[in-house]
Design a protein around this ligand. Structure first.
Ligand SMILES: Nc1ncnc2c1ncn2[C@@H]1O[C@H](COP(=O)(O)OP(=O)(O)OP(=O)(O)O)[C@@H](O)[C@H]1O
Ligand SMILES: [Mg+2]
Length: 656
């Protein structure tokens, strides 16, 4: 409806226009006279204003306006505008016959005679209520969305223009990155990247990826306003209009530093757990193998000892036997280390003064290590004694010192020091003494450090290292109720820390080897009737041979049940020597059964490793496997077993 409508005289045209207008129901099309009185009315007008033609023709059109609009004279102004400017166009509320309102789009055109005189107005109205409601709803939801985004504090949500400059900023962005909106809007987002990432072109790459794939997603370090870093999860989406034109980018950033830390801690804990499970499994295996080897070597060593005494004095044969003995002894030393790693060796613990122990072994150390290294000791004036097996501890320190020397091929200084450490565990009594062996050698890389205490792990040439040194130290620390810590970096030397519990004053001392040696052996000189019990025929034969060589009579039993039967049948047994680990009845169970029926009969239990719970079998005599004939004799002597079968217990060694 461009320009003023001209009246035409053609009746056929007139009829056609009328038909057209009458058919239109989506638009109200009607005419007003020059004063605003309605002069025609189409079905569209009737449909959405509610008046039938006879109700409205002849009425003033101002009745379609609201009271407010009428009060401000809008109807008159509308006609005036149409008259003056040739058109009045407006959106606003109009009123239906039933008083309800609708949102109308209105055009009023003046109708002129060919001479230009105004004869009335054409009025076209459209009901836009629905469209307006939809627009309102859209606006409201956009506003809600804006408020939502604005209010989110856990995510930085903001937009970038096509070039990557920040165009808006929410609370989360402010909280996470530290900039207030006015400080950052208009700035390039590469500001949030680290120097290195900027140099590597990461910001540009991110936008390019978002452009190409529609989205960029990544985790990485970002920088806050104050320069601190946080670990961020970032999503960048390219935003396009309906026709695909790029409007900018939406960016969502989350601070996942805490989550990352937690994840890392979890991974570490898992790693540590699997490492300890692995060590446990290796320990079981090693312990099992070592146990069997122990028995075998005991038989070999025992037999060699007996053979040596029986063969004629032929130096060639003796030489061979000595070689065999030495080989077996080295094997026994290895199984000892394996048992130590598996925490399955018999510990003879006592209060040990570290400075004294180290001083006493300095000679040995210096001889073992050679002239290229110097040993330096640093001990505080007052240091409590530790609760440990002195011999094993010496072995451990020797192992550590040898490792330190091997790490310093050009020579250097090994520092042995000790410090008293409190106990973090308030419930536990006493603290620890931390013994450190430090070197300035080649050090270890991360992977070596991780595996160093594993049995058989060595970086030394074949034949040079068994890889059991640190395993032994580690097992000893564990079994002693302490711990072993290894610290090292490639090229920066190593420090091995052995933490051992402080000895409580007045604690009982386990019988030490020297006491064996000091024990008067005369009591065992007289011939005894000994019952030897072992399920392993090889070991049994060997034990029996030793006993017989010592001049005793030996009865043999292959099980606990058999032993009890022999005791029942033949009287006069002076002492029972039994293995601990046997199927069906253990040595300990056998000892209990014997204590019930023959309370006076002493029992000696041979244990290859810590097969008994600490404290179990208290008061019983024990012998570590593999044992030599001398050790067996000393033990029998120490038990003071007499041919009468009575036991005279040792006094004053705190062992009862
Ligand atoms: N002080 C140290 N400096 C550098 N590396 C060390 C040190 N101590 C141990 N290691 C590394 O740990 C590995 C394992 O040590 P471990 O004492 O258990 O066995 P080993 O010394 O190789 O063999 P063995 O002790 O039987 O002679 C070594 O091969 C070495 O790589
Ligand atoms: Mg070693």
């Amino acid at each position: 409806m461009d320009g003023p409508t001209r009246l035409t005289n053609s009746t056929s045209d007139d009829g056609r226009y009328r038909l057209l207008v009458e058919a239109i129901t989506d638009y109200a099309i009607y005419m007003l006279d020059p004063t605003g009185i309605v002069t025609s009315w189409n079905p569209g007008a009737e449909r959405f204003k509610g008046y039938a033609p006879h109700e409205i023709i002849g009425q003033h059109f101002s009745r379609f306006y609201t009271d407010e609009d009428r009060a401000t004279g809008l109807p008159a102004r509308a006609l005036e505008t149409a008259r003056r400017e040739g058109k009045f166009e407006h959106e606003g509320w109009r009123v239906r016959k039933d008083g309800t309102r609708f949102w109308a789009y209105v055009v009023i055109d003046p109708i002129r005679t060919p001479a230009g005189e105004i004869v009335g107005f054409a009025k076209i109205t459209r009901d836009l209520t629905e469209r307006r409601a939809a627009e309102e709803a859209l606006r409201a939801s956009q506003e809600q969305f804006r408020l939502l985004v604005q209010g989110v504090t856990d995510y930085a949500i903001y937009m970038l223009d096509k070039d990557g400059r920040v165009t808006n900023w929410n609370l989360g962005a402010e909280r996470i990155k530290g900039y207030a909106p006015h400080e950052i809007i208009g700035q390039h987002f590469s500001k949030f990247y680290t120097e290195e990432d900027r140099a590597a072109g990461m910001p540009e790459h991110a936008l390019a990826t978002a452009l190409e794939d529609g989205r960029f997603e990544k985790e990485g370090w970002r920088v806050r306003k104050d320069g601190t870093r946080f670990f961020a999860h970032v999503i960048i989406d390219a935003i396009r209009d309906n026709v695909g034109k790029l409007l900018g980018f939406a960016k969502i950033t989350r601070d996942i530093t805490e989550r990352r830390d937690a994840q890392q801690k979890l991974d570490q804990a898992r790693e540590a757990l699997s490492q300890s499970q692995k060590m446990e499994a290796i320990g079981q295996l090693t312990g099992g193998i070592a146990h069997d080897f122990n028995n075998l070597l005991m038989a070999v060593l025992g037999s060699l000892e007996l053979v040596r005494k029986r063969v004629p004095d032929d130096p060639k044969i003796l030489q061979l036997i000595d070689n065999a003995t030495q080989g077996a002894q080295r094997g026994a030393a290895l199984t000892k280390r394996m048992l130590a790693f598996a925490r399955r060796q018999e510990l003879k613990r006592e209060a040990v003064d570290i400075p004294t122990l180290v001083r006493d072994m300095t000679d040995l150390l210096q001889r073992s290590l050679g002239p290229t290294v110097t040993i330096e000791t640093r001990f505080p004036l007052a240091l409590p004694a530790v609760w440990a097996d002195a011999n094993q501890l010496e072995m451990a320190l020797l192992n550590l010192a040898v490792n330190a020397r091997d790490a310093m091929p050009e020579g250097g200084t090994i520092i042995v020091s000790a410090h008293e450490e409190g106990n973090d565990d308030a419930a536990a009594v006493g603290g620890f003494v931390r013994i450190c062996v430090s070197d300035t050698g080649v050090g270890m890389d991360e992977a070596t450090l991780q595996r160093a205490t594993e049995p058989f792990f060595t970086t030394k040439e074949p034949g040079k290292g068994t890889g059991l040194g640190l395993s032994m130290v580690h097992g000893l620390a564990q079994q002693s109720g302490g711990r072993f810590v290894l610290k090292s970096r490639t090229g920066e030397g190593s420090t091995a820390e052995l933490w051992l519990p402080v000895a409580r004053p007045g604690a009982a001392t386990d019988v030490s080897e020297e006491e064996f040696a000091r024990t008067d052996m005369t009591a065992a000189r007289s011939a005894l009737k000994v019952l030897a019990v072992d399920d392993d025929p090889l070991v049994l034969t060997n034990t029996a041979a030793m006993l017989e060589y010592l001049g005793h009579t030996c009865l043999r039993a292959a099980s606990g049940a058999q032993a009890l039967e022999i005791l029942r049948r033949s009287g006069g047994v002076d002492v029972v020597v039994t293995d601990q680990v046997m199927p069906r009845m253990t040595g300990l169970q056998l000892a209990e059964a014997i204590a019930r029926d023959w309370p006076q009969l002493p029992v000696l239990i041979a244990t290859g490793y810590a097969e008994m719970e600490p404290g179990a079998g208290a008061g019983l005599s024990r012998l570590s496997k593999p044992f030599t004939q001398g050790e067996l004799a000393a033990k029998l002597a120490q038990m003071r077993v007499g041919p009468t079968g009575r036991v005279i217990r040792l006094r004053g060694n705190g062992r009862e």
